[in-house]
Structures are given as structure tokens and as C-alpha cells.
Design a protein around this ligand. Structure first.
Ligand code: MRU
Length: 353
């Protein structure tokens, strides 16, 4: 058993009983400012999710579970609770963990209300469920870390994209959690972190985590990755996922796909690390995964005013989809699934029913 430090303050945490507050580390201010937001109502949570104060698929799932508690205590009746759930669902479209958490909250609410529970008792029940979702995510991260760390050998140079560490989950992370575990096991490796345009989750958050954990690492501008891969300077790629379709196609932060294509060309492994809460068997393939299109100003103004002609247009798809056949392996809390990952996903789904 390896010992892993939990840095403070945590990414998210509920303080108090059902009348308490959700505390979120405001990720938009990192790395310069460490500020914790106190979220008291569901509308404020939606705002925090939309501006990425809280982000990363598993963390969004846990935040949404707590969001249901906030909503239940604001709701006069079932109707207003269900309408509020729709508002939470529309906060961000791609990470399926958010929807799963809200579906669980809805199922619990419907069952409890049908059994004669009063709406005023709902926050307590939902808080118990949210805390269970929170604990489950922490344990799942640890399990993914153990399975994934078997892929890491001394001397490896690993490329990762976006932020998949403690800021993207309630635990040590998905892809980055594998590196945290490998480090705790005493393995010696080097991490390249893509800066991850336009909102720089790699530069602001992953570089922060690399430094905080005293790992060896360097930042790359997004365009550099494929070239380094083809020139033999990268040994493996580890990324997270926001939604994995039934056929294994995987949506992750925009800029993931070129890494997978380059990895295949170079003959190096491209691994996806994600909890089973990121699997979406109701979405047949990557073509049906909803891709969030964000404000074009994040692209045109992201590096500061005057870096792009005024009022110039931009597209800002926040995710891309890597086809399943480019994925060398999928690490979940259950272990490593090798291609065809579709077969593993089908077996997993059959066992869940
Ligand atoms: O837009 P973001 O920052 O929420 O995107 C996050 C990612 O793309 C992560 O790679 C993904 O959620 C997996 S994280 C554990």
C-alpha cells in the first residue's frame, strides 16, 4: 500500500449538514490565487460550472450531486425540483458524469416522494447520496492509479493533456492520478503537460500539480506534442475522458485527437484513464457525443487583448473525439481493458444490469 498526500484546500467539499455550503476551489484563479468559493444555491453552482471554477468530468459529477442538495432545499414542490434539475443538466453538455449524478438524484427523489417522504426531507437524503458519490470518486481514483501505474516504467517520458489530477476529480485524479501513484511507488519518469488552449488547464492546473508534487516535468504548447511524439521523445500518452461512447470512441479536451493520431503513427501507446462513471452506453458512437461549443472570445481574447484583430470570428469546440481504434488501452477502476475496448464496455454494461 503506498501513501499519497492529499494537498489542501480540496477541490470541493461540503461543509455542515443539509443546510451547509458547498466549498469549491475557484480554478479560474489558479495558479496565482487560491480562493475557495462558498456556494449556497444551485444558480451559483451553475455559474461556477459554466465559467470552469469547477471542471473535469468526475469533479462535475460530484459537484452536481451536491447541486441536487442545494436545489432540493430551494424547491417548494416536486415540479420546481425537477425544473431545477433541468437547469443543472444544461450547465455543460459533454461530461456524462454530471448527467449520471443528476439522474441518480432524480431517481432517489422520485422514489422517496412516491413513498410519502416530504420534499423538506429530501436534502438530507440527497446529501447522504452526494457524500457517497464523493467517497466513491476518491476510491475510484485510487483504484485507477494502482491499475494504471503498472503501465509506467522508470525512465518513461509521458505526455498528458488538459488537467486530469486533483482539480478534475474529488480524489487524486484519473490520468494524472496514475502518475501520482507511480511516483508514490518510487518510479522515476518525466511528464510533458500540454498547455491546453484556450483556457490553459494544462499550464495553470497540471503544471501546478506537477510542481506541488515535486515531479519532473515541462510544459509544451499544444502544437508541439505530435512533433515530439514522431521524433521519438515521448514513450506514452495518458489522458482522461469526458464521455466514452458504447463503441469506445472517447471525447476529451480539444487537442487530444492529434496526440492519438501521432501516437498511432509513431507506434507508442495512447491510454485513456477514466472511471466507469464516464462510460455512456446509451451513446452508440462518438458521432452522437454532444460537443460543447464555448464563447469564441475565449479563443480570440484568451491570450490578452490585441493578440487577434478586433471582432475577428473564432470557433471554440471544447472537446474532440478520439476514435476507439486509436486507443491502446482503457484504464478504469476495474483494471486495464485492451482493444477492442468496445467488447470490454459491453461486458461491463452487461454486468451492471
Ligand atoms: O473543460 P474541462 O476542463 O472540464 O475539460 C476537462 C477534460 O477534458 C479532462 O481531460 C476530462 O474531464 C477528464 S478529467 C479527469
Amino acid at each position: 500500500m503506498v501513501k499519497i498526500q492529499e494537498p489542501s484546500p480540496p477541490t470541493l467539499h461540503w461543509e455542515g449538514d443539509e443546510s451547509g455550503v458547498l466549498r469549491l476551489l475557484d480554478q479560474t484563479l489558479l495558479p496565482e490565487t487560491v480562493r475557495v468559493l462558498e456556494i449556497q444555491d444551485s444558480k451559483s453552482l451553475i455559474g461556477a460550472i459554466q465559467r470552469l471554477s469547477i471542471r473535469g468530468a468526475p469533479a462535475l459529477g460530484v459537484a452536481a450531486a451536491y447541486g441536487a442538495v442545494l436545489l432540493a432545499r430551494e424547491s417548494r414542490d416536486t415540479q420546481s425540483f425537477l425544473q431545477g434539475l433541468e437547469a443543472l443538466r444544461s450547465s455543460r453538455p459533454t461530461a456524462v458524469n454530471l448527467f449520471l449524478a443528476l439522474d441518480r438524484a432524480e431517481a432517489l427523489a422520485r422514489k422517496s416522494l412516491a413513498e410519502g417522504i416530504n420534499i423538506s426531507q429530501l436534502p438530507t437524503l440527497l446529501l447522504t447520496q452526494a457524500k457517497e458519490t464523493h467517497r466513491h470518486d476518491q476510491q475510484t481514483c485510487l483504484a485507477m492509479g494502482i491499475h494504471g501505474a503498472e503501465l509506467i516504467q522508470d525512465g518513461m517520458r509521458i505526455l498528458t493533456h488538459c488537467n486530469t489530477g486533483r482539480f478534475a476529480t474529488a480524489g487524486i485524479g484519473t490520468a494524472f492520478g496514475v502518475l501520482v501513484t507511480a511516483q508514490a511507488q518510487g518510479k522515476d519518469f518525466f511528464v510533458f503537460a500540454d498547455e491546453t488552449r484556450p483556457l490553459l488547464q494544462g499550464a495553470r492546473l497540471t503544471a501546478f500539480e506537477i510542481k506541488e508534487r515535486n515531479m519532473k516535468g515541462s510544459l509544451l504548447c499544444d502544437g508541439a506534442g505530435p512533433g515530439l511524439i514522431l521524433s521519438g521523445e515521448i514513450d506514452a500518452i495518458l489522458v482522461g475522458a469526458d464521455r466514452i461512447a458504447a463503441n469506445g470512441d472517447t471525447a476529451n479536451k480539444v487537442g487530444t485527437l492529434p496526440l492519438a493520431m501521432a501516437a498511432q503513427r509513431a507506434g507508442i501507446p495512447f491510454y485513456v484513464v477514466a472511471p466507469s462513471t464516464t462510460l455512456d452506453i446509451s451513446t452508440p458512437s462518438g458521432n452522437q457525443i454532444p460537443i460543447e461549443e464555448r464563447d469564441p472570445k475565449e479563443v480570440t481574447l484568451g491570450l490578452g487583448d490585441g493578440k487577434c484583430p478586433k471582432e475577428f470570428s473564432a470557433r471554440n469546440p471544447a472537446f474532440d473525439v478520439t476514435p476507439a481504434d486509436l486507443i491502446s488501452g482503457l484504464v478504469t477502476e476495474k483494471g486495464l481493458a485492451l482493444p477492442p475496448v468496445q467488447t470490454w464496455i459491453q461486458d461491463w454494461a452487461a454486468n451492471c444490469r
